[in-house]
Design a protein around this ligand. Structure first.
Ligand SMILES: [Zn+2]
Length: 585
């Protein structure tokens, strides 16, 4: 369809543009069959392709100048609402002229599209009370898809997305200080590769457990159709436990935790069961072999798990608390053991040379779980140094855990709580969140992203703004916070310059070619996975060839080789899940 017309126009374009345009051709292939006589949607109209809850603002963005718009019912094309497009605003971040189509006052549930005379029609989307439930389900199922050491089957909803048990052979690498065979079952493949990394597991698993702690009433009955479904434990916890069990195995007898378990180098682009490289537990290469950041990450996550699993599996909760305490003791004794890839290892480094934020997080979570003054004392003696981190949202990341530490302290009501510390954390978070709300309202594309946010994993940054705003909403409920958080979700789900849903197989125009080995091996994108997103850093060869003057938000290629803009990863997947959980009803 549009593809052939599009390609025929390429002859007059420069080679550089051609590379870019080829990158974009996937956007013009509608993955859904259009009804007979139905016009193909235009990428000039950007909507949240999942939809909009009935409460709160509902906006589309239009990047071709127009005057009026209509909202039409998808079945039968009846006009249900007409409006005037807002004045166009020049947007330096995308290079677009952006006009807002506001249909907030229309509140009838159903499936609709936007139609603009002379421009075209948008993708279909839903208006409803709880429109993000399936998106949440798919994003959580994205973690199930990443399970290692077991057979995975996304069918019957997504037939053909399956693999037998993978990576069954593990060993201790000489850098771990141990040798011999190693029980290798468990954990999630980290990203597009098959490694497992304690440090990135920290914030990923932690965010899922936090989503449960904050939003349990919304999540408790959502079955994820995973092997554990129906065992009496909520499925978000069942899925988190799959990775947590692996993290616990990464703890040595002395309490320290190894940094990662990967092959010595990345596998070829093959299916997981075909990757026969040995999965090695990798350490620092010299005593004490384990690293501080990894150990404190496990202490933090296991401390949360000790709280949240208690009502469902007291024995597992106790096992986690014991692991957290032993990890804490090790990390306190070894506060500065950092990790760099030892000689001969070339998988992800996740190098972090400052572990004091991880230690603060561990102290805060252990304090919240146990109420013991030793942990509160550590927190109160060290937290003030980290307060400025809150001034630059979204401050939390796999390597910056101070916000998690500060927030868990302020959100809890632990014994020995210090009102001054709580007030400082709360006030700084609210001030920064209010600034984000103002920027979001002023942004032509109505999201929180700054030009400098288009880095590796920028979609995780967008979701991270959402998390920051939702935490602010925990401190002081305010629709401005939840609406702005939702604006960032709209961005991820299609209200962006590409009119592209950055979650595979979600919405009518999702990205198609994740940097993800199982997807490449299957020949189709596995469902429910979020792309890293535009990245002005251009660290891969695909992005390096894009036109030099592209605005930051446009430096993206829906191509498998673009690991710097199109890889999936558990840390930004967890941010998406948290944001979706916050927008459920
Ligand atoms: Zn595996």
């Amino acid at each position: 369809m549009a593809n052939s017309v599009f390609l025929s126009s390429l002859s007059s374009r420069s080679a550089k543009e051609l590379v870019f345009l080829v990158a974009l051709t996937a956007l013009f292939v509608a993955p859904v069959a259009l009804a007979r006589g139905q016009e193909a949607p235009t990428v000039a109209i950007k909507v949240d392709q999942v939809g909009y809850p009935l409460d709160g603002p509902k906006d589309a963005i239009v990047s071709v100048l127009g005057k009026t718009f209509q909202l039409k019912r998808s079945a039968g094309n009846a006009v249900v609402f007409s409006g005037t497009l807002a004045q166009p605003k020049a947007d330096a971040i995308t290079g677009d002229q952006a006009q807002i189509a506001d249909f907030s006052s229309f509140n009838t549930p159903g499936t609709y599209y936007i139609d603009i005379p002379g421009v075209g029609r948008s993708w279909n989307f839903t208006l409803g009370a709880n429109v993000y439930q399936r998106a949440y389900y798919m994003a959580m199922r994205g973690f199930y898809a990443q399970r290692c050491g077991t057979a995975v089957d996304m069918g019957p909803e997504f037939p053909g997305f399956t693999h037998p048990a993978c990576h069954l052979h593990g060993e201790f690498h000489p850098t771990s200080g141990k040798s011999g065979e190693r029980d290798n079952i468990g954990g999630w493949h980290d990203a597009g590769d098959y490694g497992r990394y304690t440090v990135n597991s920290g914030i990923s698993t932690g965010l899922l457990l936090w989503a449960w702690e904050i939003y349990a009433p919304r999540l408790k009955d959502i079955a994820l159709n995973i092997p554990e479904t129906g065992n009496g434990t909520p499925d978000i916890l069942n899925e988190a436990r799959w990775n947590l069990e692996w993290m616990l195995k990464m703890q040595d007898d002395d309490g320290g935790v190894w940094h990662k378990q990967t092959s010595e180098h990345f596998a070829a682009f093959i299916a997981p069961q075909d990757d026969k490289l040995v999965s090695d537990v990798i350490g620092t290469g010299s005593a004490p072999y384990k690293s501080t950041c990894a150990t404190a990450d496990l202490a933090s996550v296991a401390a949360i798990a000790a709280r949240v699993f208690k009502p469902f599996d007291a024995e597992f909760a106790a096992k986690n608390l014991d692991a957290a305490r032993r990890a804490w003791d090790w990390a306190e004794k070894n506060p500065n053991v950092t990790f760099r890839n030892p000689h001969g290892i070339s998988t992800g480094d996740y190098g972090d040379h400052i572990c004091s934020d991880e230690l603060l997080w561990a102290a805060a979570e252990l304090g919240r779980t146990t109420g013991e003054s030793a942990f509160s004392d550590y927190f109160l003696g060290n937290y003030a140094h980290f307060l400025p981190v809150l001034d630059s949202p979204p401050a939390q990341s796999w390597s910056q855990l101070a916000p998690m530490a500060l927030w868990t302290y302020a959100l809890s009501h632990q014994k020995g709580e210090d009102p001054k510390a709580v007030a400082a954390i709360r006030d700084r978070t609210l001030a920064a969140a209010n600034a984000v709300v103002e920027r979001t309202h002023a942004s032509p594309y109505r999201n929180s992203m700054k030009a400098t946010d288009y880095i590796w994993g920028s979609n995780g940054v967008a979701a991270g703004y959402g998390i920051y705003l939702l935490i602010a909403n925990q401190f002081s409920p305010n629709p401005n916070f939840t609406d702005a958080a939702r604006d960032n979700l709209h961005y991820i789900l299609g209200r962006n310059t590409f009119s592209l849903s950055w979650v595979t197989q979600l919405g009518e125009n999702p990205f198609q070619h994740p940097h993800h080995r199982p997807s490449a091996a299957t020949g189709k994108a596995w469902p429910g996975l979020m792309s890293g997103g535009p990245n002005a850093g251009r660290q891969d060869a695909v992005l390096a060839k894009l036109p030099k003057d592209l605005p930051p938000a446009k430096v993206y290629a829906d191509q498998t080789p673009s690991y710097a803009s199109n890889e999936i990863a558990i840390n930004w997947q967890a941010s998406l899940v948290f944001l979706l959980a916050g927008e459920l009803q």
